[in-house]
Design a protein around this ligand. Structure first.
Ligand code: VG1
Ligand code: CO
Length: 542
C-alpha cells in the first residue's frame, strides 16, 4: 500500500522566520507540499511508532494539505496522528497538544497573519516535541534535504473524515480527530482566575474580541462567552473562513481598524482585543488607550503574579531584539534576568525549556509564557483580563501607573512593503557596510553612540545566529533597528524599529509620532530609505 513517488527538488523551500510560506499557487504545484513534508520527515528521528499532531488555521488549502500529510505520516512510520476537528488547531493549541499527548512533533499549517484564499498565502511549519517551532539546526537540515530530495512516501487511500470526532484507521495508522478547543480551554482555566474574570464580566465590564474571521473564533466563543460569561456578541468575526472574509488577519492598527475606531470612540467598551490568522498574536486596546505590544509585554510581566499560574513569580523575561526595552526595566526591578533573542519564536524555546525565562514577547504582537512553546494570543488577552479583574482599574490607569514607575519607551515600527528584493538587499548591504563609520556621526536624533549587526549566542547550547538585524544606538538610550522580514511571500519588506526612552521625570504623555520624529529623520539619513526603495512613507506603521 505504501507508494514511493519520484520527485525533483524545488529550489525555494527554505523556511523563513516561521516556517515555509508561499503563495497558494506555489503550494499547488504537483509534489510541492509533499516534497517539503517528506524533507521534514527525512530529517527527524524517531518516527517509528510515534504520534504526530496536524492542524491549521483553516485557510484555503488547509483541508487538502492535511489529507496529504495524514497519508504521508502513515507511509513514514508514524503510529498515530491527532488532527483538530475540521482541520483546525490554533498555533498555541497545537503547541499544547504536542506537549500534552507526548507527540514527536506537529505540522502546523498556517501563514499566520498573511491573507488567505486562492491568490494569497499558505504555509507549513514543523514543531518539535517541546511544542515549539523547530530550531534553526532543524530548519536548515530540512532545507538542505529539500534541495536533493528525489522521492516521497505516501499511501493509496481515500480521504479520512476529519469533521467528526473519534478514532479511525488508515492502514496501520490511527487517526484521532480531537476537539481543537477543549485541551486549550482547560489549560487556560488552570492558569487564570476564571472566577475573578467571570465576576468582572458579571459586574458589567464590556469587551470586544475580534477574531478576524480566523482561527481564534471557536476558542474565544468557548472561553470568553461560554466559560467566562461575557455577553454574546463580545466575540466578533468568530467563524474561521478560508479567505478570512477577504481581509488581512493581522491584528494591527491598519487591519484591525474597526476595533481601533470603536475603542477610541464615544461608545468604547472597557477592553478590546484581536488575534491573527493562527491565533498566536494579540492586539490590546483599552478604552481610549492603545497598548503597544512592547508595553504589553512589560505590563504583563510586571503584573503576572496576580494570576494564579504565575503567583510564584517569574524566572526571567525574554524579548526579541527589536522589541522595546520596556520589559528590561521590569526585569531589573524584579531582579530577574532579561534575554534578548533574534526575531522569531523559535529562539525562545531553549530558554523556556531550561527554565531561564517564564514570559517572552515580540514587538510584533506576540506574547507568551512557558505554558506552551509558541506565542499565544488568547493567553495574553486572558492575562490582561485577570490583571484588570484584580486591579479593578481601567487600562489607561494601568498604563499611566506603569510609566510613572518605570518611564516610557516610545515605540513604533515602520514597514516598507513589497520592495524589489535587490533594492532591499542593496539598502541592507550599504547599511552594513557603513557600520564601522557610524559611531560619532551626527544625526537628527543626536550623535550615533553604537552600531552593529546583532548576533545571538544561545546560552543553553552555544549555537550562534548571526546577521539578525542592524542596531543603531544613541547616548540617551534611543535606538533604531533595521531588518528584512522573513515571512513575506512577495518582494521584500523592510522593517524599521524606532524606540526612545523617556524617564519618569520626563514627558510621559506625548504623541508617539511626535516623540519619535527625530528618529524617523535619523533613520532616513543613515539608511537612505527613500533613495533605495523609492518610497517616502512606510506602508504600515504599528
Ligand atoms: C514576523 C514578526 C516576528 C514573528 C513572525 C512570525 O517576522 O516580525 O516577530 O515572530 O512574523 O509571526 P518577520 O520576519 O516578517 O519580521 V506569525 O504570527 O506570522 O507566526
Ligand atoms: Co501568527
Amino acid at each position: 500500500m505504501i507508494r514511493e513517488v519520484s520527485t525533483r527538488p524545488f529550489a525555494d523551500q527554505k523556511p523563513g522566520t516561521s516556517g515555509l510560506r508561499k503563495k497558494v499557487r506555489v503550494f499547488q504545484q504537483p509534489h510541492y507540499a509533499e516534497n517539503f513534508i517528506q524533507s521534514v520527515f527525512d530529517v527527524i528521528a524517531g518516527k517509528e511508532g510515534a504520534t504526530l499532531i496536524i492542524g491549521g488555521d483553516g485557510r484555503f488549502l488547509n483541508r487538502e494539505v492535511i489529507q496529504v500529510a495524514i497519508r504521508m505520516a502513515a507511509a513514514n512510520g508514524f503510529a498515530r496522528v491527532l488532527v483538530g476537528q475540521g482541520g483546525i488547531l490554533s498555533t498555541p493549541a497545537a503547541s499544547h497538544v504536542i506537549r500534552k499527548y507526548g507527540a514527536l512533533g506537529g505540522l502546523v499549517l498556517s501563514a499566520s497573519h498573511n491573507p488567505g484564499g486562492p491568490d494569497e498565502d499558505f504555509g507549513i511549519k514543523y514543531n518539535i516535541a517541546n511544542g515549539g517551532p523547530a530550531p534553526e539546526s532543524v530548519t536548515e537540515a530540512v532545507h538542505a534535504r529539500s534541495l536533493v530530495i528525489d522521492r516521497y512516501r505516501t499511501i493509496e487511500a481515500a480521504d479520512v473524515d476529519i469533521d467528526s470526532l473519534g478514532t479511525r484507521r488508515l492502514g496501520d495508522l490511527v487517526v484521532e480527530v480531537i476537539d481543537p478547543v477543549a485541551d486549550y480551554a482547560e489549560l487556560m482555566a488552570g492558569l487564570f482566575d476564571f472566577a475573578a474574570i467571570r465576576a468582572l464580566f458579571a459586574g458589567g465590564f464590556r469587551m470586544r474580541f475580534d477574531a478576524m474571521h480566523a482561527v481564534t473564533g471557536p476558542y474565544a466563543h468557548e472561553i470568553l462567552e461560554r466559560r467566562l460569561g461575557a455577553p454574546a456578541g463580545t466575540v466578533v468575526n468568530g467563524t474561521p473562513l478560508p479567505d478570512f472574509g477577504h481581509q488581512h488577519p493581522d491584528p494591527n492598527l491598519v487591519h484591525a481598524r474597526d476595533l481601533y475606531d470603536l475603542m477610541m470612540g464615544p461608545d468604547a467598551p472597557d477592553f478590546g482585543a484581536a488575534s491573527d490568522g493562527d491565533g498566536d498574536r494579540n492586539l490590546i486596546i483599552g478604552q481610549h488607550q492603545y497598548v503597544t505590544p512592547s508595553d504589553s509585554l512589560a505590563v504583563l510581566a510586571a503584573n503576572a503574579h496576580l494570576a494564579p499560574g504565575y503567583a510564584r513569580g517569574l524566572k526571567g523575561i525574554a524579548r526579541s531584539m527589536p522589541t522595546s526595552a520596556a520589559a528590561d526595566r521590569v526585569a531589573a526591578a524584579l531582579g530577574i534576568p532579561l534575554f534578548e533573542t533574534p526575531t522569531g519564536w523559535k529562539f525562545f524555546g531553549n530558554l523556556l525549556d531550561a527554565g531561564l525565562a517564564t514570559i517572552c514577547g515580540e514587538e510584533s504582537a506576540g506574547t507568551g509564557s512557558d505554558h506552551v512553546r509558541e506565542k499565544d494570543g488568547l493567553w495574553a488577552v486572558l492575562l490582561w483580563l485577570n490583571i484588570l479583574a484584580v486591579r479593578r482599574q481601567p487600562v489607561t490607569q494601568v498604563m499611566a501607573e506603569h510609566w510613572a514607575r518605570y518611564g516610557r519607551n516610545y515605540y513604533a515600527r515602520h514597514d516598507y512593503e513589497a520592495i524589489a528584493t535587490d533594492r532591499a538587499d542593496a539598502l541592507m548591504a550599504a547599511l552594513r557596510g557603513s557600520l564601522a563609520t557610524l559611531p560619532g556621526r551626527a544625526t537628527a536624533a543626536g550623535a550615533v553612540a553604537s552600531a552593529d549587526d546583532f548576533a545571538y549566542t544561545d546560552p543553553t547550547d552555544g549555537s550562534v545566529s548571526a546577521r539578525q538585524g542592524v542596531r543603531i544606538g544613541f547616548a540617551d538610550g534611543s535606538r533604531m533597528v533595521f531588518r528584512l522580514s522573513g515571512t513575506g511571500t512577495e518582494g521584500a519588506t523592510l522593517r524599521v524599529y524606532l524606540e526612545r526612552y523617556v524617564a519618569t521625570d520626563g514627558d510621559l504623555a506625548q504623541a508617539t509620532a511626535e516623540a519619535l520624529a527625530p528618529l524617523v529623520a535619523a533613520a532616513e539619513e543613515v539608511a537612505g530609505i527613500a533613495r533605495f526603495t523609492g518610497m517616502d512613507q512606510p506602508s504600515v506603521i504599528t
